[in-house]
Design a protein around this ligand. Sequence first.
Ligand SMILES: Nc1ncnc2c1ncn2[C@@H]1O[C@H](COP(=O)(O)OP(=O)(O)O)[C@@H](O)[C@H]1O
Ligand SMILES: [Mg+2]
Length: 395
Amino acid sequence: MNPVANPYSPGAGNRPPELAGRDDVIAQADVMFQRLRAGMTIEPMVLVGLRGVGKTVLLRHLRDMAEQAGYEILWAEADEGKSLPEVLVVGLRKTLLALSRIEAAKDRVRRSLGAFKSFVAGFNLTVGDVGLSYDPALGVADSGDLEADVSDIISEVGQAAAAAHNGLVIFVDELQLLQRSEFAALIAAIHRTSQERLPVAFVGAGLPQLLALAGSAKAYAERLFVFPRIDALSEEAAVAAIENPASALKVVFEPEAISEILRVTERYPYFIQQWAFCAWNTAADDNIITWSDVVEATIVAQKKLDESFFRVRYDQCSSSEKDYMRALAELGKGTHKSNGVSDQLHCSSDEANDELASLIKKGMIYQTVHGEVSFTVPMFDAFMRRAIPDFVAKS
Ligand SMILES: Nc1ncnc2c1ncn2[C@@H]1O[C@H](COP(=O)(O)OP(=O)(O)O)[C@@H](O)[C@H]1O
Ligand SMILES: [Mg+2]
C-alpha cells in the first residue's frame, strides 16, 4: 500500500480524516450558536473525557463552525505552569484587535482596550503592543483580584462584541490544568456574562477530574454548565472512522480486519487512528487490507504507543507513583476504590495518599465525584501490566 497516501492521522490534536460519531455534540453546539444569534440564554458547555478520545479535535471543529457562522472567537489553551491571565492574554488581544476593525464597535473597543491594558499591567503579562496607545481604563480589570479582573475583562470583550452586533464564543482546552482558584475565576466570569445578558458562549474541554474540580471551585458550576461526555466511539462510528477515509481512496478493509481493529482499540479514537495507519502501511495488496495485515500491524502499533503515548506519561512518574499505578492496574479496567489500591500495596489509604495526590496533579489518575480512582489514559492498566510484569499482589 502506498504509504504516502495513508489518510490516517495518529497523534494528539491531529485532525482525523473522518470526524466520526460526534453528531450529538455538534448538533448541541449548533443549537447553542443559534441561540447566541437570537440573544437567548446559553448554557456553557464543557467536553469531558479521557485522553485521546478526541476532545481537542472536536473543540477545533466547533471553533470552525463558530467561525463560519461569523462569530468573534476567543481561543485559549490552559498549560502547565501558566496562570489564567497568561492563558487568556493572547486570545484576548487577538479578539480585541479583530473587534477594533469593526466600525460600529470602535468606541466601545477603545474602552475595552484600556481595560485590557490594565489587565496586562496588573498581572505583569507580556503581549504585543496592542492597546498601549490607549490609556488604561481606571477601575476596570485593575483590582489585582483574579476573579474580579478576569470577570471584568471577559465582560469587556463581551460588550465590545455586542457593540459590533455580534456574538463571542470562548473556547478553552485542557481546563483541568487550571488551579482551582483560576477555574473558579473563569466560572465566575462566564456566570457574569450570562447575568449581564451578554452575547457570550463558552465551550471548554478537559479530563474527567474537571467534574469534581468544577463542583469544588464553585458550587453552582454543576447547574451552570452542561458536560457532554466524550467517550470511545460507537461501533457504527468506529467503522466509519476506519472505512470512509480508505474507501475515498478506493481501498477496502475486509470486515474481519475492521472487527479486529475495533477489538484491540476498544473503539478509542487515538488508537483507531494508530491501528488504521499501521494496517495501511502493513498491507501488501494494492487495495485490500486484511485481518492478517491488522494482526501484523498490532505489533507495530502497540510498540509505537508503548514508546510514545504511554511511555512519556510513565516516565514522568517517580518509582513510588509507578508502584501505585501498577497496583491500580492490577484491579483491571475502570474505576476502583482507593483502599482497593492501598490493599494491593500492603498499606493504609492514608499512607498511599501522597502518591495518589501527586498522580492526580500530574493528570495520570482522576478521582470521580464519588472518590473512586481511575487512569485518565484509556488502556493504561494494560500498559502498566506490560511495563511492570512481575507485580506481586497481596493474596
Ligand atoms: N471523532 C473521531 N473520529 C476519528 N478519529 C478521531 C476522532 N476524534 C479524535 N480522533 C483522533 O484521535 C486522536 C486524539 O484526538 P485528540 O483530539 O487529540 O484527543 P484528546 O484531546 O481527547 O486527547 C487524533 O489522532 C485524532 O485524529
Ligand atoms: Mg486534547
